[in-house]
Design a protein around this ligand. Structure first.
Ligand SMILES: [Fe+2]
Ligand SMILES: [Fe+2]
Length: 178
């Protein structure tokens, strides 16, 4: 019998596969100095990861506090901050007129900095198996909403995300609160 947790794990795994493949393609693009490919793949990754990060943060991560405690879950959010900043820097590098050897090296280092989050994140499924079905149903609900909203990673991070990954969005939010 397929449980809801099984369906979650396979959905989650498939999304991570796509992100993994995108990041590996991006590494290739840097390796081959192919800027057009880097731009295209980065865009695809941003479209995939926007809704993915969003439902993880809004519906999945809060459910993991009961297992991991607050501080490890805080680390998961902080890992996302780092991945978002890395993605923004990759967009900047990809958009340059031409790449220097330093740009290529930096781009590869950024991709390799993000990649472990994909495999770490996939492992969270093992704990999702211990969440109540009602909770998993809610993760799917928020996932559907995030996909329907369709915000790419940077648009979501700068405009909608509650937590600020960038200093300037942090300041802008602090000004709104005043
Ligand atoms: Fe994640
Ligand atoms: Fe993930």
């Amino acid at each position: 019998m397929t449980t809801l947790a099984d369906t979650f794990s396979s959905t989650f795994r498939e999304e991570h596969r796509l992100v993994r493949d995108g990041l590996l393609e991006l590494l290739d693009a840097f390796e081959n100095r192919d800027q057009a490919k880097a731009r295209r793949v980065l865009h695809e990754i941003a479209v995939l990861t926007g809704p993915h990060f969003r439902y993880e943060e809004e519906a999945l991560y809060p459910g993991l506090v009961r297992f991991f405690g607050e501080s490890y879950v805080e680390k998961l959010y902080a890992d996302h901050d780092g991945a978002i900043r890395g993605a923004a820097e990759l967009v900047e590098i990809a958009g340059k007129e031409s790449w220097s050897a330093r740009d290529v090296e930096r781009g590869q280092a950024l991709v390799r900095g993000i990649l472990p989050h994909v495999s770490d994140c996939d492992g969270l499924s093992i704990l999702v198996e211990r969440l109540p079905d009602s909770f998993i149903q809610n993760i799917f609900r928020v996932r559907e909403q995030s996909l329907a909203a369709g915000l790419d990673l940077i648009t979501w991070a700068k405009g909608v995300r509650q937590r600020a990954a960038f200093a300037e969005t942090h300041q802008a939010r602090a000004a709104l609160v005043k």
